[in-house]
Design a protein around this ligand. Sequence first.
Ligand SMILES: Cc1cc2nc3c(=O)[nH]c(=O)nc-3n(C[C@H](O)[C@H](O)[C@H](O)COP(=O)(O)O)c2cc1C
Length: 188
Amino acid sequence: MPKIAIISPSIRNGRKSHRIALYFSNLLKGMDIIEHEILDLLEYNFPLFNERLKYIKSPSSEMIGFSDKIKSADGVIIITPEYNGGYPASLKNVIDLLTDEWRRKPVVFVTVSNGNFAGSQVITSIQFALWKLGAMTVPATLRLPNIESSFDETGSPADKTETDKRASTLVKELLWYIEAKKRMFGIG
Ligand SMILES: Cc1cc2nc3c(=O)[nH]c(=O)nc-3n(C[C@H](O)[C@H](O)[C@H](O)COP(=O)(O)O)c2cc1C
């Protein structure tokens, strides 16, 4: 059974994008062919990055735990809000913390905002950062605008049919990359 980690990066007071992580968690629960878990950066409460994990002499158990979760995941869904055209510092903090854990990792992005533009400007910078690290970044993306009115606090969408259709298409695309990687294992 493929194992998927959902990264929920916002640590902001009154954050809204965590609703989307909850939404994906519920969606994946319904697709019982997938094991999954939310990695909530608010709960991890990592200090500001000052070195890559592999060079830290006494890393915290949270850092090691986070690394293990990414290592053992077959694929990752990153939910990213847009902050001034970029992605949150909390997300950069954990991208830079890890190195080999990202390599050849299938990763798909969901960009969100509470405005009309669905965080669409964040995609190039987040795709590029993971590409630099050698992740298998999935070209398909999902962009979700107006998240406060489109999802309630439990992650339940106002338009379930349409949202499920779009989100399932994205998950299937990630699963394709996971399967493709599995079949290529041992080559190169
Ligand atoms: C510092 C900051 C910068 C923002 N910049 C943008 C932006 O560039 N584009 C956009 O569509 N929304 C922007 N927003 C609005 C966010 O889309 C909205 O606040 C969203 O809920 C953020 O996710 P969060 O609530 O999980 O932190 C910004 C919000 C913050 C806090």
